[in-house]
Write a protein that binds this ligand. Structure first.
Ligand code: BES
Ligand code: ZN
Ligand code: MN
Length: 524
């Protein structure tokens, strides 16, 4: 009898224990841990083209350039010229002409980059080549009327454009590419050095961000995100990694970050990757990303359609970290701290309820009216912790924060909100240079009135219609000291590509890696 009641009470206490303790984490998924994406083409540089390769020529106009190092007979050149004339190919950026049956060349692909192409136009030609030739069963040679650094630009574009995420396909898998890609030019070692010093690390950073965001949420959750990032930075010089688990965050009073994750059995984490290059300033620039590994909306549950895209709600965190990987691997003379505020937003008996009030690490309180406005909550605590611990000279938040920014800017621009004019200008310039563009949005001080709460300091939404993206930005900005230059990038419209463009295959885009890499290097 006694035994029985003891057992019963043991069962009861187990059933009533917080979800985090009682529930084992099951279903890390059908995804085998060892699954990898199909091999990408290795990228190399040479003074002459290997035999038997498909030939890509980057064109500035309708005239075939000399192409030193490429075996093309006079008759073959003539055949290409005739095809150019017949097709009316003009070499404008984005134009292509694919030719087969010329000599022994398996394929000759002309890609326009326009006259005097800038770095980005060359990269786009490279990306286009990668995508056009992604199932081509031959090695690839790329040549054109370009110099050493331009060859590196083309190679960079190729690296971004050939990305694929097919690791879980076991049938109907598209044929992976065969052989390497070789950029042919007069000074291959200079081109290779330019590629290895700058562009390859950047492409690695973009790949890391895309991989993290494309992975389903049964594979990437806060703990596994941290593990992947540790692996990616293994051996990188000048890097130190700090991770706070839930117990540590609770102790520090990080009520909003822990609160968002409390409906999930998967523990929240705060991950900070600091990289300090040689000669870099003492105060880092902080890139602080929203890392919601799945956003169901919590108790304010989202509708079913499209909810699957919310595996990518950690894109901001992934891109902040990806930028740091690029900077570290290229040994850039900069000082950054890249931060992932990681939690899974799930409905559960232990989840936060609309109307709940929580206290942030700063001591300020938030009334949580909508559990689906969770990004601003995790960033509130992350910003405070990083400000106190790392004393950054500027803070840039990056987050898939609102559907409202998608309505305003679609997939063309990230929304930029900033209180600091210099930082805003630097971000706009970095956007233009990197090809990841931003558009400035308003942060009118009167909007701040709309987030006042009746019972707490602020609330996390404004009920009813309103400038949703600006309201979200205001909630985050409320937790950043006015003296610290601060900007916030809302990337909800750009973190995912519905269709391929030269540098971004369909799927998660890695948006922000190139932008933040550029910002850090700009010396701002
Ligand atoms: N993660 C979403 C925002 C989002 C929407 C990202 C579409 C990518 C594509 C965010 O957490 C969210 O749910 N925001 C709400 C806020 C609202 C409740 C104030 C939204 O935008 O609807
Ligand atoms: Zn979200
Ligand atoms: Mn949400």
């Amino acid at each position: 009898m006694r035994m029985k009641s003891l057992l019963l009470s043991a069962c009861l206490s187990l059933a009533l224990a917080p979800a985090a303790m009682a529930q084992p984490i099951t279903g890390s998924g059908v995804a085998p841990a060892t699954a990898t994406n199909s091999a990408e083409r290795a990228i190399g540089f040479a003074a002459s083209a290997p035999a038997g390769a498909a030939l890509v020529v980057v064109m500035s106009d309708a005239t075939l350039p000399p192409l030193d190092g490429v075996a093309l007979s006079a008759a073959e050149r003539q055949a290409v010229a005739a095809a150019i004339a017949a097709a009316g190919f003009d070499g404008k950026a984005g134009s292509t002409l694919s030719l087969r049956g010329i000599g022994a060349h398996p394929r000759i692909l002309l890609i326009g980059a326009g006259s005097t192409p800038a770095s980005l136009a060359l990269a786009e030609a490279g990306g286009k080549a990668a995508q056009e030739l992604k199932s081509e069963a031959h090695p690839v040679t790329i040549a054109g009327a370009f110099g050493d650094t331009s060859a590196a630009d083309v190679a960079y574009g190729f690296a971004l454009g050939q990305y694929r995420f097919d690791r879980y396909k076991t049938v109907d898998k598209k044929t992976p590419p065969t052989g390497a890609v070789t950029l042919v030019g007069a000074n291959p070692s200079a081109a290779e050095a330019a590629f290895n010093n700058r562009w390859k690390p950047l492409a690695d950073g973009v790949r890391l961000s895309r991989d993290l965001a494309n992975e389903p949420a049964n594979v990437i959750y806060p703990e596994s995100f941290v593990a992947r990032v540790r692996d990616a930075f293994a051996g990188a010089a000048g890097v130190s990694i700090e991770v706070l688990d839930e117990a540590a965050m609770r102790k520090l009073g990080m009520g909003t970050l822990v609160g968002v994750g409390q409906g999930s059995p998967r523990g929240s984490r705060l991950l900070a990757v600091r990289y300090r290059g040689a000669g870099a300033p003492a105060a880092p620039m902080a890139f602080i990303g929203k890392g919601i590994t799945f956003d169901s909306g919590g108790i304010s549950l989202k509708p079913g359609t499209g909810m699957w895209d919310m595996k990518g709600d950690m894109s901001g965190a992934a891109s902040a970290i990806g930028a740091a990987l690029s900077l570290a691997r290229s040994k850039a003379p900069v000082h950054v701290v890249a931060v992932a505020a990681l939690a899974e937003n799930m409905p559960d008996g232990n989840a936060q309820r609309p109307g709940d009030v929580t206290r942030t690490m700063s001591g300020k309180t938030i009334e949580m009216l909508n559990a689906d406005a969770e990004g601003r909550l995790v960033l509130a605590d992350a910003n405070e912790y990083i400000a106190q611990t790392y004393k950054p000279r500027a803070i840039v938040n990056i987050a898939t924060l609102t559907g409202a920014i998608v309505s305003a800017l679609d997939d063309q621009y990230a929304g930029l909100f900033a209180r600091d004019e210099k930082l805003a200008s630097a971000l706009i310039a970095a956007g233009t240079a990197s090809g990841e563009e931003v558009w400035r949005m308003p942060l009118h001080k009167n909007y701040a009135e709309k987030i006042k709460s009746d019972i707490a300091d602020i609330r996390n939404i404004t009920p009813g219609q309103g400038p949703g993206a600006s309201i979200g930005a205001h909630v985050i900005g409320y937790f950043v000291d006015e003296a610290t230059p601060w900007a916030h990038l809302d990337i909800a419209g750009v973190n995912q590509a519905d269709k391929a463009s030269p540098l971004v295959p369909k799927g998660m885009s890695g948006f922000g890696v190139r932008l933040l890499d550029q910002l850090a290097r700009s010396g701002e």
